[in-house]
Write a protein of this length. Structure first.
Length: 272
């Protein structure tokens, strides 16, 4: 199979009880989920030069091919959890992935890839024209968290007022349950179908996931686990789903694999 690309900003994350800021963002959590499978994914990512040692070096240590471009600002977040419920503050917003200055670099990262996992941290990360270029001849799994996170700092309040035209470039859309409810009101085959995306994945923490494909909404249960740290579970789900689809698995098969891996990740059993 051709490798899967993972595109997104690295971030500085603060979690209570874990001391200083640590690396976050989909490129890191996806790479950690697939540690030991270096041929599976290629990573394109950004952070500020001043944060390379905190954010980029731990990612590179995981052994995947990584291509980095400097950003003026590194994204930053503060998290706390109560069971499956997450509370977040946006501390800093990174500059968007504008095509000027990135087009040639993106071409090099994406050249061998058919599937691309795109993970915006906030709404402005990936403009529509950038998504359009990424999608040419490729399939995109988009993490929908970026759709409902407006570009403002402070306590996160989900806002479903995003440009629906972005979804024209998307093959699969991954949403956490609270994001799906903010956009749809309720998660039913009818409301999901109105998004116009062929594959929609809704992660529900310890209750597993939902998969919408070919007009049918299917529930995928999760094995009960004792959560150690749920940060990054959604990114693990997304990259495993994407690599499974790239191998020719059906949406249902891919979602079963992704749900199982996401459960291992929150239990502290990430691969590697």
């Amino acid at each position: 199979m051709r490798p899967v690309a993972v595109l997104g900003n690295l971030s500085k994350d603060r979690v209570p009880g874990l001391g200083d800021a640590r690396v976050g963002g989909a490129p890191f959590w996806a790479a950690r989920a697939l540690r030991g499978l270096a041929r599976e994914i290629r990573i394109g990512t950004r952070c500020a030069e001043a944060d390379r040692s905190l954010c980029l070096l731990p990612l590179m240590a995981l052994g995947h091919p990584v291509s980095w471009r400097q950003a003026q600002t590194t994204a930053a977040f503060s998290y706390s959890y109560s069971g499956d419920e997450r509370f977040m503050e946006i501390d800093a917003i990174a500059d968007p992935w504008e095509l000027d200055g990135l087009r040639g670099w993106l071409d090099d990262v994406l050249d061998p890839c058919e599937w691309v996992h795109v993970s915006p941290l906030v709404r402005c990360d990936f403009p529509a024209e950038t998504l359009e270029v990424i999608a040419r001849g490729r399939r995109i799994l988009l993490d929908g968290q970026g759709l409902v996170r407006p570009e403002r700092t402070g306590p996160l309040q989900l806002d479903p007022d995003f440009d629906r035209g972005l979804l024209e470039h998307v093959t699969a859309l991954k949403l956490a349950e609270e994001e799906a409810l903010a956009i749809l009101g309720e998660v039913t085959p009818q409301t999901v179908a109105r998004l116009g995306v062929a594959e929609v994945l809704v992660t529900r923490g310890s209750r597993g996931s939902l998969v919408f494909a070919e007009g049918t909404l299917t529930e995928i249960p999760a094995r009960p686990v004792q959560a150690v740290d749920p940060t990054g579970a959604g990114d693990a789900f997304s990259v495993v789903y994407t690599t499974a689809r790239a191998r020719g698995r059906s949406p249902l098969q891919a979602a079963r694999q992704a749900t199982a891996l996401a459960g291992l990740s929150v239990a502290g059993g990430r691969r590697g």
